[in-house]
Design a protein around this ligand. Structure first.
Ligand code: DGP
Ligand code: NA
Ligand code: NA
Length: 210
């Protein structure tokens, strides 16, 4: 059993939602929980602002630079592509990845600007497919009341309303929708249940797909 366990792959788990939906704190809580259960897990986030591409994205988000909507879309995608092989290695060697935003953010935020949704999806094709997408569901109005937005480019109620609409269009039956307006501990419990189920499925040999 020990030997088998080592060969089990990790799960690719993505949390999505509007800004201020609570993703980041739920992601770190999940990682601590999984580690406590003896499941090796790491917290990842996109955009990953530490890379060269990530720094360009960060400059754009903080309004330090201006970029064409298509250009920034491709940079966000490139930022996921540059992490793809490391992601695959981690999963294959048994690390579960809890990822704060992924391709769905890529499509939802750019589609909210009016870009064609098929065009937005194209550069995401071939990235690793998540084993689970958990959507933290909150209305744009409620999210905006939570301790206020920061000063970044997209943190505006009118824009977040459009993002919420694009998430609705992207959403499919495989997503687990979690009510993000519940008390934080209830959201946490719910996420723990669905994530552990998913990790178990992956350990049983569910293949990694694209
Ligand atoms: P965060 O670090 O999760 O707060 O993300 C920064 C902002 O960038 C947030 O408003 C969501 C947005 N965002 C995240 N991923 C993408 C993406 O792939 N494309 C676009 N256009 N926006 C994204
Ligand atoms: Na943000
Ligand atoms: Na966040």
């Amino acid at each position: 059993i020990e030997g088998n366990k080592k060969e089990c792959r990790g799960a690719l788990i993505v949390l999505e939602g509007l800004d201020r939906s609570g993703k980041s704190s739920q992601c770190s809580r999940l990682v601590s929980y999984l580690e406590g259960q003896g499941i090796h897990a790491e917290l990842w986030r996109f955009p990953d602002r530490t890379t060269n591409v990530g720094q360009m994205i960060s400059a754009y988000l903080t309004n330090a630079s201006q970029l064409d909507d298509h250009t920034i879309h491709l940079l966000f995608s490139a930022n996921r592509w540059e992490k793809r092989s490391l992601m695959e290695t981690k999963l294959k060697t048994g690390t579960t990845l809890i990822v704060d935003r992924y391709s769905y953010s890529g499509v939802a935020f750019s589609a909210a600007k009016g870009l064609d949704i098929q065009w937005c999806k194209a550069p995401e094709i071939g990235l690793l497919a998540p084993d689970l997408v958990a959507y933290l569901d909150i209305s744009p109005e409620k999210a905006s009341e939570r301790g206020g937005y920061g000063n970044e480019r997209y943190e505006k109620l009118e824009f977040q309303k459009k993002v919420a609409e694009s998430y609705k269009a992207l959403h499919d039956v495989s997503w687990k929708v979690v009510d993000a307006c519940q008390p934080i501990e209830d959201v946490e419990k719910k996420l723990q249940e669905i994530v552990v189920d998913c990790v178990t499925e992956c350990q049983k040999g569910k293949p990694i797909s694209t």
